[in-house]
Design a protein around this ligand. Structure first.
Ligand code: AP5
Length: 224
């Protein structure tokens, strides 16, 4: 059975560059699956010049996590306005224990508990190359990489012909900070979800297609 045929409420967890966005984009290309990326939401707030965007920008550019209170309110809003969605993926949230506790509470009140927490495991050496080489399509959101997943024409999206851009937090100094923030603040979530019997671990240091195949099998059966 494929991932699109069952309903799931999943968290994608892993270090920056592990491939969470790439895989979520692929799964959400199927019918009835919502991809909620806190990084994309924040970048959209920054681009639109909202109050939240102004508060978040400095933290993001420095490679630090945005304060819990801002993120939790933003995600709760999104989940409330998408209550009818069949399946969803939370990509990049939660990232701290307080965020995970807040998520548990709001899903309990909605009587819609998590079905999976998928951990994408990749060694640090591969992450640095993935992050510094990443390019994203400004039109369709497809994710490419000049080293590992290049487009046919440099700077142009193969999927839709849109222009590719590089994220401002993919500079080497910000990448180092993001990896440090992951180790200190997000890694403890692995034990948090392992102890609840929710963690599915995927070796993501393989081709995107191999990772997709294992992910699709994992999403087809509830684990929490
Ligand atoms: P966010 O946008 O969530 O960034 P991140 O978690 O650091 O994750 P990335 O998007 O960098 O990596 P990814 O795992 O999605 O990898 P991708 O698929 O793109 O957050 C940005 C910032 O926002 C944070 O630093 C923080 O400031 C703030 N923020 C967001 N959420 C927050 C929260 N909950 N709390 C507080 N602050 C928050 O792939 C990377 C590259 O690798 C691509 O080029 C891709 O083509 C390539 N690639 C993917 N898979 C493979 C593969 N299997 N083999 C080879 N290359 C691959």
């Amino acid at each position: 059975m494929g991932a699109a045929e069952v309903s799931f409420r999943s968290v994608f967890l892993g270090p920056p560059g592990a491939g969470k966005g790439t895989q979520a984009h692929t799964v959400a290309a199927g019918p009835g699956v919502l991809h909620l990326s806190t990084g994309d939401m924040l970048r959209s707030h920054v681009a639109q010049g909202t109050e939240l965007g102004a508060q978040a920008k400095g933290f993001m550019d420095a490679g630090q996590l945005v304060p819990d209170a801002l993120i939790i309110a933003m995600v709760e809003d999104q989940l409330a306005s998408n209550e009818e969605s069949g399946s969803w993926i939370l990509d990049g949230f939660p990232r701290t224990i307080p965020q995970a506790e807040a998520l548990d509470q709001s899903l309990q009140s909605a009587n819609a508990p998590l079905t999976h927490v998928v951990y994408f495991r990749v060694p640090n050496e591969a992450l640095i190359q993935r992050l510094t080489g990443r390019r994203t399509c400004g039109d369709c959101g497809a994710i490419w990489n000049v080293h590992t997943h290049p487009t046919q024409t440099e700077g142009t999206c193969d999927a839709c012909g849109g222009a590719l851009t590089q994220r401002s937090d993919d500079r080497p100094e910000a990448v180092a900070q993001r990896l440090e923030a992951y180790d200190k603040q997000t890694k403890p979530l692995l034990d948090f979800y392992r102890s609840k019997g929710c963690l599915v671990e995927i070796d993501a240091d393989r081709s995107p297609d191999e990772v997709s195949k294992e992910l699709s099998d994992a999403l087809a059966k509830e684990v929490c």
